[in-house]
Write a protein that binds this ligand. Structure first.
Ligand SMILES: [Zn+2]
Length: 158
């Protein structure tokens, strides 16, 4: 087999919505979003083959089984990775209101699930964040039933 070390571009218009698996994913995620909005619950799906719990839910597991059992997971989580921006990142890009406010982006694993969710951490200085840190979802006052509901976590005081 011949390998080429170059980037190729394929011109054209791509209709990603035509992919069937996209529709399956959307139906599962919609069910999760409805549970968030109507019951303030985080619902994930569990694989019967290996026991992995997916949040957000997935139509297929890494072991190729179909995760078909719905389980409720907790809104507490553990930080597994993080990064943050500083004022220097916005210099010359954003207005003064944004600059100087560090944004902390974290990959967290909600208790009861096995997969990461990307969120932002609030209520803590970036220097104090660490892998293994315990956090809790900051539910918005009005739950919209979408990804924005998962956008913020705060330190968990145990
Ligand atoms: Zn599996």
């Amino acid at each position: 087999m011949e390998y080429k070390n170059e980037t190729i571009a394929i011109e054209g218009s791509w209709n990603l919505a035509s992919w069937e698996w996209k529709f399956e994913s959307i139906a599962l995620i919609r069910k999760t979003f409805e549970a968030m909005k109507n019951e303030r619950k985080l619902m994930a799906n569990k694989c019967p083959g290996c026991g992995r719990v997916y949040f957000l839910p997935k139509p297929y597991c890494l072991c190729l089984s179909i995760p078909d059992e719905w389980v409720e997971i907790k809104d507490t989580a553990t930080v597994t990775t993080y990064t943050f921006t500083g004022a220097w990142a916005y210099e010359g890009i954003a207005d003064d209101e944004v600059s100087g406010t560090p944004q902390i982006f974290a990959g967290v694993v909600f208790d009861g699930s096995d997969t990461k969710t990307v969120t932002m951490l609030e209520g803590i200085e970036p220097e104090k964040v660490h892998v293994g840190m315990r956090v809790k979802l900051k539910w918005p006052e009005e739950v919209a039933g979408g990804l924005t509901d998962l956008a913020h976590c705060v330190p968990l005081e145990e």
